[in-house]
Design a protein around this ligand. Structure first.
Ligand code: CDP
Length: 237
């Protein structure tokens, strides 16, 4: 496999072509963004930590029968993944009320959500990722009803696997965001799963162990990501 030209640079990751059109290299950078890219900072070791974290989680999800784009780690900060046509819709599941839900509906932060909620957002920084629904996604051609149904089922299947995995590490999985794409016509989990795209609280202290540490200027961001990784068995060496 030969790494070729950069195809795309996102806020925290870059994508490179390879000699195989069905495979691209995902490079995890140290760049950290919040508030739709309004705040950017470089955090040492973040690229390595998120690359290893994501590889570990994608492995667990594949083992549970969830199709993912992940193929293999290539280096500390690079992974080989399937080339997807991304669906511009973010799927969010919440087990505990926090973040946008608390702001929007005025519910109490920390309230257990039973059953867990499922929300769709349009991936569009300029519009601040507005909330959408199945009807809008179908009308504007962002995803078909069949694709949306499959994305929803897979997002909840991920919840079953990861809620348990993190709970075993003393870390309630508060909420998370997933993105999917198409590979040869099939829905596949893309993007990454790391503390950048989910909320995890320490079960005892209720300390935030995720990107909220960056958003809220609490410090110790990467130390918290590493601690989460250690508790669930990620190998950072
Ligand atoms: O975090 P924020 O208030 O912007 O939005 P949210 O709807 O409360 O986010 C729910 C979950 O999805 C959190 O774990 C966020 O970190 C994650 N998320 C994300 O990773 N990327 C986005 N563009 C929006 C949410």
């Amino acid at each position: 496999m030969e790494k070729r030209q950069e195809l795309y640079a996102g806020k925290a990751k870059s994508v490179f072509a390879t000699d195989d059109p069905d495979r691209v290299v995902l490079q995890f950078r140290d760049d950290t963004s919040a508030f739709d890219g309004e705040r950017m900072e470089s955090l040492a070791r973040k690229g390595m930590v998120n690359n290893r974290f994501n590889a570990f989680i994608m492995g667990k999800l594949e083992a549970a029968g969830i199709p993912t784009h992940f193929e293999q780690c290539l280096s500390d900060t690079e992974s080989l993944v399937k080339t997807l046509t991304m669906i511009p819709v973010e799927c969010v599941v919440r087990n505990i009320a926090a973040g946008g839900l608390v702001k929007r509906l005025g519910v109490e932060e920390g309230r257990e959500l039973s059953p867990p909620t499922f929300e769709l957002f349009l991936k569009n920084d300029a519009l601040h990722d507005p909330m959408i629904n199945e009807s809008l996604a179908e009308t504007f051609g962002w995803a078909t009803p069949q694709q949306l149904a499959e994305m929803k089922a897979l997002t909840f299947k991920v919840n079953a696997v990861l809620k348990q995995l993190f709970a075993d590490g003393g870390l309630p999985l508060v909420d998370y965001k997933l993105e999917f794409g198409l590979f040869k016509g099939r829905i596949v989990l893309g993007d990454e799963f790391s503390p950048d795209g989910c909320r995890l609280w320490d079960a005892k202290t209720r300390d935030k162990m995720d990107k909220d540490r960056f958003r809220q200027g609490l410090g110790g961001v990467i130390e918290a990501y590493e601690e989460v990784g250690r508790r669930i068995g990620v190998d950072f060496t």
